[in-house]
Ligand binder design. Structure first.
Ligand code: OGA
Ligand code: MN
Length: 206
């Protein structure tokens, strides 16, 4: 793990503004292995769902990416999960969050694919506390992650995906979207979860 993966700077960012952007968060070699893992499971990517419980459906007007939930079928996935387990410990130690697990999936956006403005969690209706997005490649154009200021239509930050960058933000606090991809865009979207009685149904479904 890179020394600065969990440095004070990033913890300060999270504390003061609720999100952080870490360039070169993981080694180039692990990033490359995760990318290769995506190519390996490429035929198994499936259209992502939206909604909850009885209202779960595929709606291509909201999101067009394809996803693949981690299934522990490669060393790269296990290595990534091990790093996130360390991150979870640090977050708990720093912020007393009581995060108890982490779930993640690969996501693939092809040319024109997008994910419209959304929240990853709603107060009292989800146990997702922290969102992570880790970029596996550097698309030539498009596919920016646009994060909005809390309770505002103003843009807080627009992030151009770059291989090795890890973005983390408070799931309930930030509306965000992915602008249409110009070419293939691969990432890992994940969520640290709280041990709440609201088990909810996750989005997209496993
Ligand atoms: C998501 C999401 C952002 C990104 O999967 O919920 O918002 O940059 N992803 O891929
Ligand atoms: Mn999201």
């Amino acid at each position: 793990m890179n020394a600065h993966f969990i440095s004070e700077i990033y913890l300060d960012d999270i504390e003061s503004r609720g999100y952080t952007i870490i360039n070169n968060a993981l080694s180039k070699s692990l990033t490359a292995k995760l990318m290769l893992d995506c190519y390996r499971i490429n035929p198994e990517f499936s259209v992502a769902g939206i909604g909850r419980k009885h209202d779960l459906h595929v709606n291509k007007t909201v999101r067009k990416d394809k996803t693949f939930w981690f299934d522990d079928s490669s060393q790269a996935q296990l290595d990534y999960l091990a790093l996130m387990a360390k991150m979870r410990v640090v977050l708990n130690r720093s912020f007393f969050l009581g995060l108890f697990d982490y779930e993640c999936h690969y996501a693939k956006y092809q040319q024109g694919d997008f994910y419209k403005k959304h929240y990853d969690a709603f107060k009292g209706r989800s146990n997702r506390v922290f969102t992570t997005v880790f970029y596996l490649n550097t698309p030539d154009s498009g596919g920016e992650l646009i994060i909005y200021k809390p309770k505002s239509k103003q843009v807080e930050v627009c992030i151009k995906p770059q291989a090795g960058t890890l973005v983390m933000f408070e799931s309930e606090r930030f509306m965000h979207e992915v602008s249409p991809a110009g070419d293939d865009r691969y990432s890992i979207a994940g969520w640290f979860r709280m041990n709440a009685s609201i088990s909810g149904v996750i989005d997209p479904p496993r």
